[in-house]
Write a protein that binds this ligand. Structure first.
Ligand code: DX5
Ligand code: ZN
Length: 325
C-alpha cells in the first residue's frame, strides 16, 4: 500500500534487534521503509548499559545506504569523536550532561561536514543547551531515561521541551531537526507529531514479535502526520520537509540572477531547466526552486527582484536579436 509522502521521518533504533546480528537488523529496518538508522552507543558508564562502538558502526555503514544517526550515551565523546566520524556516521549526537567540554566536540562534528546534535535527559532542563544553540543541527529530546529500550513514553517532558527545542534551532532556516527518542510507538506517535517533531526514533515497537515492521512504520508516520495536521497545520496534511516549490520561471540568464541573489542571501535554491516556453535564443525557460519550508521568507526578501526580472524577460524576448543577425 503506497502512502503519499508526509512530514514525519523515522530513525529506527536497532537496540532491541538481535545484537548478535546487527547487520540483519539494519537490513530489516531499511527494507521496512525506515528513513534512517539510530545507533545507541552506550559505555556502561554514562548509562548502565553497554552496546557497541565505532568498529561495529563501520560494519553497519557497509551494509546500508540509509543515513546513520549516532546517539552517543558515553562520558567521553570528545576522546573518540574521530573514530565515530571515520566510521561513517551522518549525524552525531552527544549528551549535554557529560562532564567534558562540549563545544570542541560539536565543532569537530561540524568540521567533518556532519550534523551535530545535543541530547537532553528527561530530568535536565532544555535551557542547558542554550550556550550551544548556534552550533546545533539536531536537538534530541529523551522521553525515557537513557539506557534501555521498551520504556514508557514521558509525554509531559515532550510537551515542555518541544517548543524550546525548535527555538534552539532558529538559526537554521532549513535542516534543523528536533528528534524524540524513547517510547515512540503507534500509541504515542500522534502527540509526537502534534508537537512538531521532525525525526521519531523508534526502537522496540519495530521489533515486537508478530508485528509487521513495514506496517508499523507506515502507521507511526501516518499517526504522527495526523497529529501535526490537526495540532499545528490547521487541518492541512503536511508535505515532505524537503519538498521544493517553483518560485519563478525565467529565461536562463535571468533565472541565474535570481538564483544568485537568493544564494548570496544564504538561502537555499536550485535552478532547473523547466518544461515551460522556448525562448527566442532556442533555450527553454528555467525554474528557480526553493524548499517549501522557507518559501515565505524567500518571497518576502526576493519578490520584488523576481517581479523585475519577469518584466525584463518580457522586454528581452520582445527585443531579441539573434547574435548572427
Ligand atoms: C534509549 C535509547 C533509545 C531506545 C529507543 O536509551 O536512546 O534510542 O533504543 O527504544 P524504544 O523506542 O523502545 O524506547
Ligand atoms: Zn537513542
Amino acid at each position: 500500500m503506497s502512502v503519499a509522502p508526509g512530514r514525519a521521518r523515522i530513525s529506527a533504533s536497532i537496540l532491541d534487534s538481535d545484537l548478535a546480528n546487527l547487520g540483519n537488523g539494519v537490513r530489516r529496518v531499511e527494507a521496512a521503509g525506515s528513513d534512517r538508522v539510530h545507533l545507541d552507543v552506550m559505555d556502561a558508564h554514562f548509562v548502565p548499559n553497554l552496546t557497541f562502538g565505532p568498529k561495529t558502526i563501520a560494519g553497519i555503514r557497509r551494509r546500508t545506504r540509509l543515513p546513520l544517526d549516532a546517539h552517543l550515551m558515553i562520558s567521553e565523546p570528545g576522546r573518540y569523536i574521530k573514530e565515530y566520524l571515520d566510521a561513517g556516521c551522518d549525524s552525531v549526537t552527544i549528551h549535554v550532561e557529560i562532564e567534558e567540554p562540549i563545544e570542541p566536540t560539536l565543532r569537530a562534528i561540524k568540521a567533518a561536514g556532519r550534523a551535530a546534535g545535543l541530547a537532553v535527559k528527561p530530568g535536565t532542563p532544555i535551557d542547558a543547551l542554550e550556550p550551544y544553540g548556534p552550533l546545533l543541527d539536531i536537538v534530541m529530546i529523551m522521553t525515557v531515561e537513557p539506557g534501555f529500550g521498551g520504556q514508557s513514553f514521558m509525554a509531559d517532558v515532550l510537551r515542555a521541551k518541544a517548543g524550546p527545542a525548535r527555538q534552539l534551532l532558529r538559526h537554521k532556516l532549513v535542516g534543523g531537526e528536533v528528534h524524540v527518542d524513547g517510547g515512540v510507538n503507534r500509541e504515542t506517535a500522534e502527540i509526537v507529531g502534534s508537537l512538531g517533531v521532525d525525526i521519531l526514533v523508534v526502537g522496540s515497537a519495530l521489533f515486537l514479535k508478530g508485528r509487521d515492521m513495514a506496517r508499523e512504520i507506515r502507521l507511526i508516520k501516518a499517526l504522527a502526520d495526523e497529529g501535526y495536521q490537526y495540532g499545528l497545520n490547521d487541518g492541512v496534511p503536511p508535505g515532505p520537509p524537503d519538498r521544493m516549490v517553483v518560485l519563478s520561471t525565467l529565461p536562463k540568464h535571468l533565472a541565474q540572477r535570481l538564483w544568485t541573489a537568493i544564494h548570496d542571501a544564504g538561502l537555499p535554491a536550485v535552478m532547473l531547466r523547466g518544461d515551460g516556453q522556448i525562448n527566442p535564443d532556442g533555450v527553454r525557460d528555467y525554474d528557480v526552486l526553493v524548499p517549501a519550508e522557507v518559501e515565505g521568507i524567500i518571497h518576502e526578501r526576493h519578490d520584488q527582484l523576481a517581479a523585475d526580472l519577469l518584466e525584463e524577460a518580457a522586454t528581452w524576448r520582445a527585443s531579441y536579436v539573434p547574435a548572427d543577425a
